[in-house]
Design a protein around this ligand. Structure first.
Ligand code: PEP
Ligand code: MG
Length: 583
């Protein structure tokens, strides 16, 4: 048995499918001799489609952002024409009779192996470009359904070194029973997506790809981070039983979707969902969320074949609003950078990308781009109860500047006679400890705040949220984090400003107890977590939660807090162990 970092709850037993360098998951298949010419044709079509896509991107980026950034895509366009890349891929199809997507992925792997020997950043950047270009062609091939290979016969467990957020966003739940990765931790963005899809996942399994091969049986428990490779019949039977019990309890909780989230003493709590597109919003509605508390718009940018313009964005925002019956949607402006990279915003390789040019810092540096997003959000305000939220605010001056940009954007829409929502509430995310400490000053300027505890804890503890070796520092049971959260929640309540918590801990049963006791009445979480948290609210009197909050705020260590909350939650709901991640 192996122990990794549990990142998405659930239990599964299925066959392994190793994807190595993840682009999109794909089942390789062998061609017969007649098949090779068809496959070469499919490759040609995909290359031509990507060339058109890149031309379109070059035009848009040079217009909206600048020539320097457009040059990145010119380089991609050139790579796409590279004769040695073509001949390597075609040779694999012709000589080895592999399908086009596999031929591309194998060729990429060849370059990875070659370039790995050089420490030089030039080679690193070339590899990034190559991954990007090949990723586009593979995605195109997947869309060409004329000769689609058969999908997996049954759902598989994907085994990868790392799942990039853009690849995770394309995972199809029907074919993926579980995800295992060598890198990554609980609050990384790929983990967040796995949780949103309700797929069990375990990360931080170093060296796993050297041990697993396609077709091995894997049993995975995403609550505990346990993984068995080719388990014996007894373990396999036990895991299959656990899988059934988990599914049955989950189904029972789902039946409460229309029941209110209200504690036994009558205190109401609003359960909202974190989404990255309309499919998540539909899932959130099915799970009983009353609206969207965090719409991560960057996934549109990570998965869109070209740079989404104002109209593309408006259409996407409308889709999410339409998929939310209450039409209450908090749209967060782009949170790119860090582990979410797109090539066109000119982010160069940074030593510390999470501390660098990311999020609102990046948006603010591209005013036209930023305003196009604001225009789309303001226009979407016509069809729903939309709020706009800015991520990673560090300084009061940033808020002053952003408010001016919003004001200018509004005026421009008015002058041009473009219809838009007139009074969209403006909010900020509290993710930087400096902002949390100065919350009172910030509250004077905004209509609401939302606490991004995933980032807040990583910055508070100086521990990368995506690095399994420091995952113990990013725990939500950390005394410093809890004290800071209490400070922010109490300040907001004192001033009557709505406060939500939208980090991953919002969906963790044990964390709900102190948060509720500190005065939090709005939580936004992975859609899959809504039914579980609702069950806990319905079992927890406010006075009990207040006593728990006071107690943990006096505790000194993470272990003490975790142990205490584990005991208290089990008193409140003994069956919670079936649903919870028992970290
Ligand atoms: C957070 O940081 O807690 C948050 C909700 O934002 P994201 O996870 O998208 O960085
Ligand atoms: Mg964040």
């Amino acid at each position: 048995m192996k122990k990794g970092v549990p990142v998405s709850p659930g239990v599964a037993v299925a066959l392994a499918h190793c994807v190595g360098e993840v682009l999109t998951h794909h089942e390789p298949y062998t061609l017969d001799s007649a098949g090779t010419s068809g496959e070469l044709g499919r490759l040609e079509r995909a290359l031509a489609a990507v060339a058109r896509e890149l031309d379109d991107t070059i035009t848009r980026v040079s217009k909206q952002i600048g020539e320097e950034e457009a040059a990145i895509f010119r380089a991609h366009r050139q790579l796409l024409r590279d004769p040695s890349l073509h001949s390597k891929v075609m040779e694999r199809i012709r000589e080895h009779r592999v399908d086009a997507a596999s031929a591309l992925q194998q060729t990429l792997q060849e370059y990875v192996n070659l370039f790995r020997r050089f420490e030089d950043s030039y080679f690193h950047d070339r590899l990034t470009d190559l991954r990007d270009v090949i990723g586009r062609v593979v995605a195109r091939l997947a869309q060409d359904s004329t000769q689609q290979p058969p999908r997996f016969k049954e759902p598989v467990i994907l085994v990868a070194s790392e799942v990039l957020p853009s690849a995770a966003a394309m995972i199809d739940k029907r074919w993926v029973a579980g995800i295992l990765t060598e890198a990554g931790a609980a609050t990384g963005h790929a983990a967040i997506l796995a949780r949103a899809l309700g797929i069990p996942a375990v990360s931080g399994l170093r060296g796993l790809l050297r041990e697993v091969k396609d077709g091995d049986v894997i049993a995975i428990d995403g609550r505990e981070g346990h993984v068995y490779l080719n388990p014996g019949p007894e373990v396999e039977a036990a895991y299959r039983k656990l899988q059934r019990e988990y599914a049955a309890e989950y189904g029972r909780l789902f039946e409460n979707r229309d029941v209110e989230a209200i504690s036994p003493d009558g205190t109401r709590v609003e359960l909202l969902a974190n989404v990255s597109g309309p499919a998540d919003a539909r899932m959130a509605t099915a799970a009983g969320a009353v609206g969207v508390g965090l719409y991560r718009t960057e996934y549109l940018f990570l998965t869109h074949p070209t740079v989404p313009d104002e109209e593309d964005q408006l259409a996407a925002y409308r889709d999410v609003i339409e998929a939310t019956p209450s039409k209450r949607v908090t749209i967060r402006t782009l949170d790119l950078g860090g582990d979410k990279q797109v090539p066109y915003l000119g982010v160069r390789r940074e030593a510390n990308p999470f501390m660098g040019f990311r999020s609102i810092r990046l948006s603010s540096a591209h005013p036209e781009f930023f305003q196009a997003q604001l225009r789309a959000i303001l226009r979407a305000g016509l069809v729903g109860e939309v709020s706009v939220m800015f991520p990673m605010i560090s300084l009061l001056e940033e808020v002053h500047r952003i408010k001016k940009v919003v004001q200018r954007t509004r005026l421009a829409l008015e002058r041009a006679g473009v219809a838009h929502g007139s009074k969209l509430p403006l909010g900020i995310m509290i993710e930087v400890p400096g902002a949390a400490l100065c919350i009172d000053e910030l509250l004077d300027e905004v209509d609401f705040v939302s606490i991004g505890s995933n980032d807040l804890v990583q910055y508070l503890m100086a521990a990368d949220r995506d690095n399994p070796q420091v995952a113990h520092l990013c725990e939500p049971f950390n005394p410093a984090l809890l004290r800071l959260l209490s400070h922010v929640i109490r300040s907001c309540n004192r001033r009557g400003k709505p406060v939500t918590l939208c980090g991953e801990m919002a969906g963790w049963p044990r964390c709900f107890l102190p948060l509720f006791g500190m005065g939090l009445r709005r939580l936004s979480m992975s859609p899959a977590a809504v039914p579980t948290i609702k069950e806990i609210i319905r079992r927890t009197p406010l006075a009990v939660a207040e006593q728990i909050a006071n107690k943990v705020l006096e505790m000194k260590t993470t272990g003490e807090i975790r142990g205490y909350l584990t005991k208290r939650i089990q008193d409140i709901w003994p069956n919670v162990t079936l649903m919870d991640m028992r970290r």
